[in-house]
Design a protein around this ligand. Structure first.
Ligand code: MG
Length: 377
């Protein structure tokens, strides 16, 4: 059977712990040792498979345990036995079955698109409206508490042709942030620099610290304060002449509407993991564009599988035009889980044109890094 009217007969999960190459500090938390993700495999009657990833971060979106059980216990019954073609109603039912858990729903939506694309011979970007770009500029984040190690990474990035970096700030003292910004300006002038506080600043000194950082004229400054502090975001935006981006403050279209209304940002980080589906991520990007705001493709601590979902989203969404940060697979995981490397050359992510997402996970790697599996696996 080669049509999408066939039913879904397989729903398998892997809970993975993926070793990483070093520590990373962000405003709201640290990652060290390994990151944990959930991989979902759907199978149709013909034996075709579709893959998706949930990549939560506990201090940002939620826990991997919540993603695993959302899929395993609450979403699975709404998927098995349904037609591949019924993606919209499957997603509606999953949304009603379990609140929040946007990463679990992102995994499901990704896998449904991958499966439909594999069966119909179309890339996911074609299912999402068509490809508007063949590659995406890559931004790599600098978040190592040991700046000497980030200097080594910068040298590697320079050699690889990467020309955008995002400095993670606000996790240590102000002088450390300014020292690194000065070093970037003096020693790495070929890089465009972005700054992301990941909510790390205390309300009382946020404005002063952001003003100091703005002196370095980064491309933008992202999420200096806690997500719910919309009034303070708006005040900071009014007080500095560098664009202010919202990340943690905007998960889905509902947040974007309020962000626009309250004037908290000049742009937004769009992530499938935050919005919970391609359609909702596209809605965020469309709302941003309609209000003259910028958008770029953010990521979580994720593997190449989630990068692929993000790459197809951006490939099919003209208004997400500030690049992407899908660097983990190549620059942060000790080993990625895809069968072939996530396509990233010369500082740009290349958009796969094969059916579905274009690359599948390697089953041996899934087994190797798996902590536990779903009930039906
Ligand atoms: Mg961010």
């Amino acid at each position: 059977m080669s049509d999408i009217s066939q039913t879904i007969i397989g729903f398998d999960l892997w809970y993975l712990s993926l070793p990483v190459v070093g520590a990373r500090d962000h405003g709201i938390g640290r990652v060290d040792g390994a990151c944990e993700i959930i991989v979902l495999r759907l199978m149709s009657e013909s034996g075709e498979t579709g893959w998706g990833e949930a990549s939560p971060w506990v201090v940002f979106t939620g826990s991997p345990e919540a993603s695993f059980f959302a899929l395993d216990r609450y979403i699975r019954p709404h998927v098995l036995g349904r037609r591949v073609a019924d993606r919209e109603t499957i997603m509606r039912d999953a949304d009603r079955a379990v609140a929040h858990c946007s990463e679990a729903k992102a995994a499901l939506d990704t896998a449904l698109h991958d499966l439909a694309g594999r069966i119909s011979g179309q890339p996911v970007h074609a299912l999402l409206g068509g490809k508007c770009r063949d590659s995406i500029a890559l931004s790599v984040s600098l978040a190592n508490p040991d700046f000497a190690q980030d200097r080594a990474l910068l040298d590697r990035l320079r050699a690889d042709g990467v020309r955008i970096v995002k400095l993670k700030t606000g996790f240590r003292d102000h002088a450390f942030d300014l020292m690194r910004l000065e070093a970037l300006a003096q020693e790495y002038p070929e890089f465009s620099v972005r700054v992301d506080f990941n909510q790390g600043l205390a309300p009382e000194d946020a404005l002063d610290r952001v003003r100091d950082v703005a002196q370095f004229k980064p491309d933008f400054i992202e999420q200096p304060v806690r997500a719910p502090l919309y009034d303070l975001m708006a005040e900071i935006r009014q007080s500095v002449d560098v664009p202010l981006l919202a990340d943690e403050s905007v998960f889905g279209p509902e947040d974007m509407a309020r962000a626009v209304r309250d004037g908290i940002c000049d742009g937004v980080s769009v992530k499938v993991m935050k919005s919970g589906s391609f359609a909702r991520a596209k809605a965020v990007a469309a709302m941003a564009a309609a209000n003259g705001l910028g958008a770029y493709g953010g990521d979580m601590f994720e593997s190449g599988l989630a990068h692929l979902a993000g790459a197809h989203l951006i490939a099919s969404t003209p208004s997400i035009d500030l690049g992407c940060e899908f660097y983990q697979a190549k620059y942060y995981l000790a080993e990625d889980i895809l069968e072939t490397p996530f396509p990233c050359e010369g500082g740009r992510v290349q958009i796969p044109d094969g059916p579905g997402l274009g690359i599948r996970p390697d089953l041996d790697k899934l087994e190797h890094y798996s902590l536990s599996k779903g009930l039906a696996a």
